[in-house]
Design a protein around this ligand. Sequence first.
Ligand code: CA2
Length: 146
Amino acid sequence: MKFLIINGPNLNMLGLREPAIYGNRNYATLCTLCEKWCAEAGVECEIFQSNHEGALVDKIQEAFGKVDGIVINPAAYTHTSVAILDALKSVAIPTVEVHISKVSEREAFRQISFVSYYAARTIQGMGFEGYGEAIRWLKAYIDENK
Ligand code: CA2
């Protein structure tokens, strides 16, 4: 089984600013942890980050027929991108949406998520550990729905 972990704009800057919201660990640490959590779940792992909406859409499209599950933190595009929602719907790959912060308790503009119209589950406010929860939950969800 293979998972694609997708991170949107500015997540490559983790640890450099706003530690009260996103913690003080950096993006490389997040990637190492995701690789570890995938290995523990017995899942092959590819990680992709981009600051560009079209590159994220292209990556989702390329996953068609090659990837069994997607874990995505669309970052700011969560709140704006119908294109990312439509890309996920077009490939129909089981998907979990992750947010490091508790978006439901932040600004009003973060309360809308287009991706949540497709995602099987949304995890928020668990910090980096939310990715681990997403990986384990998605593995079990795919196994149960085979
Ligand atoms: O909580 C999350 O994971 C978010 O998806 C993070 C996004 C934000 O736009 C979403 O509303 C919630 C922001 C990504 C990273 O932004 C940084 C800002 C300052 C320093 C480092 C990263």
